[in-house]
Design a protein. Structure first.
Length: 255
């Protein structure tokens, strides 16, 4: 099941948990109001914990954003690698080119099928297996064509095909690279603790406290969700699918 189908539940649980922490903090403050002693010490602790939350948010958001951009850059690199390899097929003997070119067209279609499967919960494993089979087939045909050629430039085809194959492994690793789950767990727990501290320090009338509580919970929930969403750019609201148009353009250029 796509985890992002549970996104509304995750948002509601996180938002509700933050509100509960704020309410708990306010009630704890009301219980201790009569015996308030060292306000400066309390502020020092709050500042340290809120600073730690800000640092963790900055760290996770920066990492998620960098990984998002890296995945998009790898799409460009793969499109360039496929185009380069396809153009170099002109160096092969003319009688061997049609078969290899046809396999290249099938290969690009298979790569696009992999990313569509990722976005739509399709059979990703089967799509990847088809890609692997086509890679092996293209490599064998290219090697055989180079062996038949007496022209030295034909050897430039194999390095280009090798680069095209290598980028698939790089992209697969990049798609599976995420921070450990404990980082997100720590982020959520720290957010709940900060919500409790914020509730403990709230003053003013009931309307002001409620407005501030809702705003605080909503902002933290939105920030945490965006961080998680960036980590999975084919499943949430922040998508990387538009970059796949480069591969579509490459496929259309293969006449």
């Amino acid at each position: 099941m796509d985890p992002f189908k549970l996104a509304p539940l995750f948002i509601l649980l996180l938002f509700g948990g933050l509100l509960c922490s704020l309410v708990f903090g306010r009630r704890l403050r009301a219980r201790h109001a009569a015996g308030e002693t060292d306000v400066k010490a309390n502020r020092a602790v709050e500042g340290a914990v809120f600073g730690l939350l800000g640092l963790l948010i900055a760290f996770t958001f920066s990492g998620a954003s960098n990984r998002f951009e890296n995945r998009r850059t790898l799409i460009v690199q793969e499109a360039n690698a496929i185009s380069t390899a396809y153009f170099r097929l002109n160096l092969l003997p003319p009688e061997t080119q049609p078969e290899v070119r046809n396999d290249f067209r099938q290969y690009v279609d298979a790569r696009l099928a992999v990313y569509r499967a990722m976005a739509n919960e399709g059979p990703v494993r089967e799509a990847m297996q088809h890609v692997d089979n086509l890679q092996g087939q293209i490599w064998k045909e290219a090697v055989r064509a180079c062996q038949l050629s007496t022209e030295r430039p034909a050897g430039l085809v194999l390095p280009a095909i090798n680069a095209m194959i290598d980028i698939t492994t790089t992209r697969a690793v990049a798609n599976q690279t995420h921070p450990p789950a404990v980082v997100y767990g720590m982020l959520i727990i720290l957010a709940l603790i900060c919500a409790g501290l914020a509730g403990y320090g709230m003053t003013g009338d009931t309307l002001v406290r409620r407005t501030h509580s809702i705003a605080f919970a909503a902002v933290l929930t939105a920030v945490i969700y965006v961080i998680v969403d960036l980590e999975f750019p084919r499943a949430g609201f922040i998508r990387i699918d538009a970059a796949d148009q480069l591969l579509v353009d490459v496929r259309e250029s293969m006449r």
